[in-house]
Each structure stands twice: as structure tokens, then as C-alpha cells.
Ligand binder design. Structure first.
Ligand SMILES: [Fe+2]
Length: 354
């Protein structure tokens, strides 16, 4: 009941007079002594408390009582003269909302009490708003935490779904590699070994994890275009004629055409199309030079060549490592990227997989 005022005065007549002044706009109660005051403060919440400082009431005791019981109440103190007001303000600073002194104090009282009650209501509303904001903020924080948990769960689900998709894609790609090897049994295991050497060289060349992932599949499937090469050419035991070579050399472009049509193969296009390019030019199908050739293709080119040297074929035996190194050193520059060759021959990659 914050629109209510309490009048503290030792005389019942004075209390009644002040209450008359405030009525009917402001409802009020009266207290004539300390025990009256305590009882009122304990039972009712007041917006404004008016005290007329007359003996035997001690304004210090009353103000201390009010501050303890209802610290938010606005106190209006009617005093005899300004000196008394100054003394009280010095001993209890900030406890009194207004001092009223002089003969017209009763007639000013109505306005001052009204102002006190209005301010009191505003303060109360402000506190309510702040409290509500605090509650909303708390709710918001809880909601944010909940959202965080949901987002983490969804992310995990997506990760699992992505991993499973990747596993499926991997199986499909390995199926392609098997299809290539099934066509040409002499190259059995060639795709897998090329991928192993390429990964070792890619790591030495400090490729990113994302590039290594592409390189693994790119090396595995670099000859995917051989699916489109005629068996008579692909499986011919002897040397190829010029015309047959022209046909054989179409496999990077055929591979490119196959890879372009499948989303999951598109990232490996550089390996498929450019693994027969040469560092100094003169390779196929695009006659690229030096760093024009994608690095993944340069790595596959070295790995592919090494596997051809290091494996037994019907027409030749595997070359020993020193001889392979010699060929690589000779071809570093003309055929292969010299920096990659240096890594390939000096970092123990060949020795590791023999
Ligand atoms: Fe090839």
C-alpha cells in the first residue's frame, strides 16, 4: 500500500489535523510514540512518513527505527527552524526526503507528500523493471546454454552422417580402382602402391590434411581413364605402334571426362588429367610447364613412375633402389619437379616400402 502515509506526532489532535490536510487524496495512519510507530511499521508498508519533531519524540531514534524497518520510505520532517534541520541532516545524512520549517509547513505538506508518493511509485516501478530485465536476462542465458547444447548435438549428428557418407564414397572410389585393375591384371596393386608413395611424398612436402585426402584418392584413381582404353591396346604384350600410343595417351582426358561428371571425383581432376605432364614441357594432354602442373599431379607422376620401376612386369624385372634413384636424379628437371624428386630420393620413402 505505497500510496499510504504515516504521521508521527506525540499529540493525537496534531495527528488528526495533519491527516485532515492530506485527506482525501492520501490515506494515512497515525503514531504517537515509539511503540505505536514500531507496530505500524511492522504491519503496513508506507510510501511517505511525516514526522513532527516534538518532545518527548526523539527524531534520531524515530529516523533510525524507520531506516531499519522501511529503508525505502520517504521521510518528511517538520521542524521548528532551519538550524534544527541542519543538525539533523548532518547527523543522519540522506535519511530525510524533505525538511519543512516555518508557519506554512502544514499547507506545503500535501504537495510534498504527493511528490514523495509519486517518486516512491516511480522508484518501485524502476526496481520492478530492473528485476524483470534480470529475470529475462537469466532466461536468455539459460536459452543460450540450451541452444549451445542443441547445436553441439546437431553438429555431432552431422559429423557422424558426414563420416558415414565419406566411408561410402571411399568404398565407391575403391570400387573404381578395382575396375581399372581388373582390366589390366599386370598392374595389379599399382593404384594402391602409387597412393602409398604419393601420401609419403605429400607428407614430406607438408601438404595440408585436406590436400592429402584428395591426393590419396587422386593417386589411387589417376588412371581411371584407362577404363576407356581398348583392351587390344591396354593389354598388348609388346611395344605399341604410333597409332596405339595416340590412343593410349587419351586416358588422362577420358579420366577427366569421367571425373567431371561425378561430384565426389571432381576434386581429383588435377591428378587424373595432369599426371603425364612433364616439368620442362612436352607432356600430355596440355603440355604444361613447371608449376603450371598442379602439385598433386607432380606428386602422382613421381609415385606412378617409381611403382613402374620398382615392380616386376612380364617384360622386365623390378629395378634396385640405387638405379631408381639414378633415373630420378636424371629426370629431375626434364620430367619431374626437382624439389619433389629431392624429397622422394632423400627421405627414405623408397626404402620404407621395399
Ligand atoms: Fe597414366
Amino acid at each position: 500500500m505505497l500510496s499510504r502515509a504515516l504521521i508521527v506526532h506525540p499529540s493525537a489532535t496534531a495527528v488528526a489535523e495533519i491527516r485532515d490536510v492530506l485527506e482525501p487524496e492520501v490515506k494515512s495512519d497515525g503514531a504517537q510514540n515509539e511503540s505505536d510507530l514500531k507496530r505500524r511499521l511492522a504491519s503496513t508498508e508506507y510510501g511517505v512518513i511525516v514526522i513532527e519533531s516534538k518532545p518527548p519524540l526523539d527524531p534520531y531514534v524515530i529516523l533510525t527505527e524507520i531506516t531499519a524497518a522501511q529503508p525505502d520510505a520517504f521521510v518528511v520532517l517538520m521542524i521548528g527552524d532551519e538550524r534544527e534541520g541542519r543538525e539533523l541532516e548532518q547527523s543522519l545524512p540522506g535519511k530525510v526526503f524533505r525538511f519543512l520549517a516555518g508557519p506554512n509547513q502544514k499547507w506545503q505538506l500535501k504537495g510534498v507528500v504527493g511528490e514523495g508518493l509519486r517518486l516512491q511509485r516511480l522508484e518501485r516501478e524502476q526496481r520492478e523493471v530492473i528485476k524483470k530485465l534480470g529475470l529475462e536476462y537469466g532466461k536468455l542465458q539459460k536459452r543460450e546454454k540450451l541452444l549451445d547444447v542443441v547445436v553441439k548435438e546437431r553438429t555431432r549428428e552431422l559429423e557422424i552422417a558426414y563420416e558415414s557418407l565419406k566411408a561410402n564414397a571411399r568404398q565407391a572410389l575403391l570400387g573404381f580402382a578395382e575396375a581399372i585393375e581388373a582390366k589390366d591384371p599386370y598392374t595389379k596393386g599399382h593404384c594402391g602402391r602409387t597412393a602409398v608413395y604419393a601420401m609419403a611424398l605429400g607428407r614430406e612436402a607438408r601438404l595440408s590434411e585436406a590436400d592429402l585426402e584428395i591426393l590419396e584418392f587422386g593417386a589411387f584413381l589417376h588412371d581411371i581413364g584407362k577404363i576407356g582404353v581398348k583392351d587390344a591396346v591396354l593389354l598388348k604384350p609388346g611395344a605399341l605402334s604410333d597409332e596405339e600410343w595416340v590412343h593410349m595417351k587419351t586416358h588422362p582426358v577420358i579420366g577427366f571426362q569421367i571425373s567431371s561428371q561425378l561430384d565426389m571425383l571432381r576434386p581429383i581432376i588435377p591428378c587424373v588429367r595432369s599426371h603425364h605432364e612433364r616439368w620442362e614441357g612436352g607432356g600430355y594432354p596440355d603440355n604444361m610447364v613447371g608449376e603450371e602442373i598442379p602439385i598433386l599431379a607432380r606428386i602422382v607422376s613421381i609415385s606412378d613412375a617409381y611403382d613402374a620401376m620398382a615392380t616386376d612386369r612380364p617384360y622386365k624385372s623390378a629395378l634396385p633402389i640405387p638405379q631408381c634413384k639414378e633415373i630420378f636424379r636424371k629426370q629431375a628437371g626434364p620430367q619431374f619437379d626437382p624439389e619433389l624428386v629431392e624429397l622422394f630420393v632423400t627421405r627414405g620413402i623408397m626404402e620404407q616400402f621395399r
